[in-house]
Design a protein around this ligand. Structure first.
Ligand code: NCD
Length: 311
């Protein structure tokens, strides 16, 4: 594993290894597994609370120094390209880059151009592999296997990178994936059966809700909010029809009262805050695995240093 940009690239064996490794991540700043100081370039070009903060905590726990990058005060405002920004971080000694961008395939493209590992922290409507890994970890904690697990991914499928990464990875792991959403939000590129939520709650072990991706809709139509919960969201009535052992997931931020009844967010079957907790160790595992597999012991590992001869 050289980069972590798409769940399409990750095998069943690699996924299970990462889940196992996440469980073993008990480093805590000062017990770093790396021989030398590593630096992380966290390049967030889209808003983020959970993903950015859990990467920061994961890096700190691994003894990695996060380089302080703020898009709004960076040279991107002077027109510097994404490639030049990433190349700059590589040059000054970043050991890996964590990238979130509103354009699809940004991380995948950089992975072909940059010599240090790239971690995709969300590319447009494309993919969000570390969110997916923490989701998988949360499911595994609960059910101890994926084969035969019935998982419904519910909501704004078409615009959700979380839906895409989870659908690919769950398929790789042998789970049965069902999609549920209003017609306009179906995605023909995802070859999975669609099901009404009323039906899905009766047979699924996992109800994975998605945030309505308003910022990615061509037309902003806030009116949908008035009837969305009763038409397509997880109401208390629907939750009452769930299997006793079934869990509710949502990558957050949650639009309370839109995708889910506010009272269900912290109910007994909800794992929404557990997912956030699991985000730290799963991101530690991804960073650790990438650095290990590339033999990184310090930031400029890829440059064979030529000694300067003074005559
Ligand atoms: C997700 C994202 O940014 O794609 N959030 C997250 O990383 N936890 C989901 C979302 O914003 O809908």
């Amino acid at each position: 594993m050289n980069h972590f940009v798409s769940m399409k690239d990750v095998t069943e064996h690699e996924l299970m290894q990462l889940i196992k490794l996440s469980d073993e991540m008990d480093y805590n700043n000062g017990s770093t597994p790396f021989k030398e100081q590593l630096f992380a370039g966290n390049l967030f070009f889209e808003p983020s609370t959970r993903t950015k903060m859990s990467f920061l905590v994961a890096e700190r726990k691994l003894g990695i120094e996060a380089l302080d990058f703020h898009n709004e005060s960076s040279s991107t405002l002077k027109g510097e390209s994404m490639y030049d920004t990433a190349k700059t971080f590589e040059s000054i000694g970043a050991s890996f880059l964590v990238i979130r961008h509103s354009t699809n395939n940004t991380a995948q493209q950089l992975a072909k151009q940059i010599n240090i590992p790239i971690i995709n922290a969300g590319d447009g409507t494309g993919e969000h592999p570390t969110q997916c890994l923490l989701d998988l970890y949360t499911m595994y904690e609960e059910f101890k296997e994926f084969r035969g697990l019935n998982v419904a991914i519910v909501g704004d499928i078409k615009h959700s990178r979380v839906a895409r990464s989870n659908a690919y990875a769950l398929q790789t792991l042998g789970a049965n994936v069902f999609l549920s959403c209003k017609k306009e939000w179906q995605d023909p590129s995802l070859d999975f059966p669609y099901m009404e939520l009323d039906q899905a709650v009766k047979i699924c072990d996992v109800i994975m809700l998605l945030r309505v991706q308003e910022e990615r809709h061509k037309q902003h139509n806030r009116l949908y909010k008035t009837s969305y919960l009763s038409d397509y969201g997880l109401t208390k009535e629907r939750a009452n029809n769930m299997l006793d052992h079934a869990i509710i997931m949502h990558p957050a931020p949650v639009n309370r009262g839109v995708e889910i009844d506010s009272e269900l967010v912290e109910c007994k079957n909800s794992r929404i805050f557990k997912q956030m907790e699991n985000g730290v160790k799963t991101r530690m595992a991804v960073i650790y695995q990438l650095c290990q597999s590339r033999g990184i012991t310090h930031g400029n590992y890829y440059q064979k240093r030529q000694p300067i001869i003074v005559k």
